[in-house]
Design a protein around this ligand. Structure first.
Ligand code: FAD
Length: 477
C-alpha cells in the first residue's frame, strides 16, 4: 500500500510514524510525507537559547490525555518527560490592571466552594448572588440545538462570569471567542450536567462526590503515587518529540518544501500533484489545516470542500521575553495571568515559564511567554516584531511594574493555525465523516476535528494510519 501523508505537523508525523512501523516489518507498505515548509513539526517548535528552552508554539500537553505520553515513551523519551510544577500553580485574571487570583474550587468554570467564591474580588456582589441562586436552576431537557459557551455560562452565572472567566480561559487556550465556541463540543460535561441536574454547581459537586466515593476512604489499597501533573512537557522542549519522530522516519519518505497542490480521485486510488508532477497513491491522509484540506478536496467533492473550508481558524502570536530574575521585583507567585477582552489589552495571557516547568530555565533567569492575537485581534499579526515586543513590555510594566530590559526576545506568528470549534461543530463533523466515508482511501487528521490539543492530534494521526493499514490487511485476506 502506498500512502501520501499531506502535512508534517504533529498529526501528519504521528500518521507517518505509524506507517513507518508497518513499513519496517512489511516491504509492501510505502509512504511519502509532504510538507510545504522547510521543517516538520508545524506549530511545535522550540529553541535552546543560552540553555533556556523557548517554545515558539505550544509549551506542553495535558497529562490526562495519554496519546502524547505514549508516543514519547515509544520514542524512548520517557526520562525527558517533565510534569508541571503544580504545587506552585496559581492563575490570575487581570481586572482593572490588578492581578486577581482565580478563586479556589473552580471546576470547569463552575464555582464549587462557597467561601472563596463569596470572598473573591473577581466578581461583583450581583454576580455572586447569581452564583448562589444558580443552585436552584431547574434541569433543562436535552436540547437538539447547540449554543455558544458564552450563552451557556451566561444563562447560569451572568455576563460578568463570561467576561472574567469563560472568555479569558478560552481565548488563552483556543485563541477563541466564548461567543462563538460550541458549548456542546468545548464543554460537553457541563451540557450533560445541565440536562441532568439543572444547576451546574450541583452537577459538579455530585461528580466530585462520586469521584471521591470511588477512592478507598481510609487509603487502603491506594497507591502512594503522587497525583499526576496537569501538564507535561519535555526537558529539551517539544521539539524533542518532533526530532525523535523525524529521526525514526525513512529519510526517502519525507519531502520538505514540497506542497501538495491538487488531489484527484481515481477508481482505484489517488493522484497527488506536487511540484508540477503527479504520482499515484492507494491512500491519502490529509493532515493539513482544514482550510487547506478544503482547497485540495473541493475539486474531488465540492460539498466536502465547503464543509472543511467552513471551519474557522484563529491566528496568534507568542512573544518570549528572557529576564535576569534578580531585576524583577515582587513578581507574584503562580503560573501567570489571563486578560479579559474588556480590559482592552493586546495580550490575552502570559505564562511565567520558569515557574510552570522547573529545570528548563537555568537558575537566576525568568521567562515570560505572552500570547496575543486570537479571533478578536487578528490585525496584530501585521505588526513588526519590535512593535509587538514594545507592546508586551508596556503591558507588563502596567500590570506587573516590570521596567527591566529583557536579555532576549523572540516573536512567533501562527497564521490560521488553531481551529475553532464553533457552534454546530459536531453536526459539521458528522457531515464531513459521511462524505469521507464515500471516498475510499481518504482519511483526515489534525486539530480541526476531534480535539485541538497535541494528544488529540497524535491520536487522530495514528488512528488514520492504523485504519488504512487494517483495510489493506482486510483486502489481502
Ligand atoms: C501558539 C500556539 C500555542 C498552542 N499551545 C498548545 C499547548 O500548550 N498544548 C496543546 O496541546 N496544544 C497547543 N496548541 C495547539 C496544537 O499545537 C495544535 O493544535 C497542533 O500542533 C496542530 O497540529 P496539526 O498537525 O493538526 O497542524 P499543524 O501543526 O498546523 O501542521 C499542519 C502542517 O501542514 C502543512 N501543510 C499545509 N498545507 C499543505 C499542503 N498543501 N501540502 C503539504 N503540507 C501542507 C503545514 O505547513 C503544516 O506544517 C497551540 C497552538 C498554537 C498555534
Amino acid at each position: 500500500m502506498r500512502t501520501a501523508v499531506i502535512g508534517g505537523g504533529i498529526a501528519g508525523l504521528a500518521a507517518a510514524f505509524e506507517l513507518e512501523k508497518a513499513r519496517a516489518g512489511d516491504a509492501a507498505v510505502e509512504y511519502t510525507l509532504f510538507e510545504t515548509g522547510p521543517r516538520v513539526g508545524g506549530s511545535l517548535a522550540s529553541e535552546l537559547v543560552d540553555g533556556i528552552v523557548l517554545e515558539r508554539g505550544p509549551d506542553s500537553f495535558l497529562t490526562e490525555k495519554p496519546s502524547a505520553i505514549e508516543l514519547c515513551r515509544e520514542l524512548g523519551l520517557e526520562n525527558d518527560l517533565v510534569g508541571s510544577n503544580d504545587a506552585a500553580r496559581k492563575t490570575y485574571i487581570v481586572v482593572h490592571n490588578r492581578m486577581v487570583a482565580l478563586p479556589d474550587g473552580l471546576m470547569f468554570l463552575v464555582p464549587t466552594k462557597l467561601i472563596p467564591t463569596a470572598l473573591t474580588p473577581l466578581f461583583s456582589i450581583a454576580t455572586k448572588a447569581r452564583m448562589a441562586l444558580e443552585l436552584l436552576h431547574p434541569p433543562r431537557p436535552s436540547q437538539n440545538e447547540d449554543e455558544s459557551v458564552a450563552s451557556l455560562v451566561g444563562r447560569h452565572f451572568g455576563p460578568e462570569a463570561v467576561d472574567r472567566l469563560a472568555d479569558p480561559l478560552l481565548s488563552g487556550i483556543y485563541g477563541g471567542d466564548a461567543a462563538q465556541l460550541s458549548a456542546r463540543t468545548v464543554l460537553p460535561r457541563l451540557v450533560e450536567m445541565e440536562s441532568q441536574y439543572g444547576s451546574l454547581t450541583r452537577g459538579m459537586l455530585a461528580a466530585h462526590r462520586k469521584m471521591h466515593a470511588k477512592a478507598p476512604a481510609n487509603g487502603a489499597g491506594q497507591s502512594k503515587r503522587a497525583p499526576r501533573p496537569i501538564f507535561t512537557t519535555l526537558r529539551g522542549g517539544l521539539q524533542q518529540m518532533i526530532d525523535a519522530v523525524a529521526n525514526r522516519l525513512n529519510p526517502e519518505s519525507v519531502r520538505l518544501s514540497t506542497a501538495v497542490s491538487a488531489l484527484e480521485k481515481l477508481p482505484n486510488g489517488w493522484k497527488v500533484y506536487s511540484q508540477g508532477a503527479a504520482e499515484f497513491y492507494d491512500a491519502v491522509i490529509v493532515a493539513s489545516a482544514a482550510w487547506s484540506a478544503g482547497v485540495l478536496l473541493g475539486p474531488v467533492d465540492p460539498l466536502l470542500g465547503e464543509e472543511l473550508g467552513g471551519i474557522p481558524y484563529s491566528s496568534s502570536i507568542t512573544v518570549n521575553l528572557v529576564y535576569d530574575e534578580t531585576k524583577l521585583n515582587n513578581l507574584p507567585d503562580g503560573f501567570g495571568f489571563l486578560i479579559p477582552a474588556s480590559e482592552g489589552r493586546a495580550m490575552l495571557a502570559c505564562t511565567f515559564v520558569h515557574r510552570k516547568f522547573l529545570g528548563r530555565t537555568p537558575p537566576g533567569k525568568a521567562v515570560f511567554r505572552a500570547f496575543l492575537g486570537g479571533m478578536k485581534n487578528e490585525a496584530l499579526l501585521t505588526e513588526t516584531d519590535a512593535k509587538l515586543v514594545a507592546t508586551v513590555r508596556r503591558e507588563l510594566k502596567e500590570i506587573l511594574g516590570i521596567q527591566a530590559e529583557p536579555e532576549h526576545t523572540q516573536v512567533s506568528r501562527w497564521r490560521r493555525a488553531m481551529a475553532q470549534y464553533a457552534v454546530g461543530h459536531q453536526e459539521r463533523q458528522k457531515r464531513i465523516a459521511a462524505r469521507v466515508a464515500n471516498l475510499p482511501g481518504l482519511r483526515l487528521a489534525g486539530n480541526a476535528y476531534d480535539g485541538i490539543g497535541i494528544p488529540d492530534c497524535i491520536r487522530l494521526g495514528r488512528r488514520a494510519a492504523k485504519e488504512l493499514l487494517a483495510e489493506t490487511v482486510a483486502i489481502e485476506v
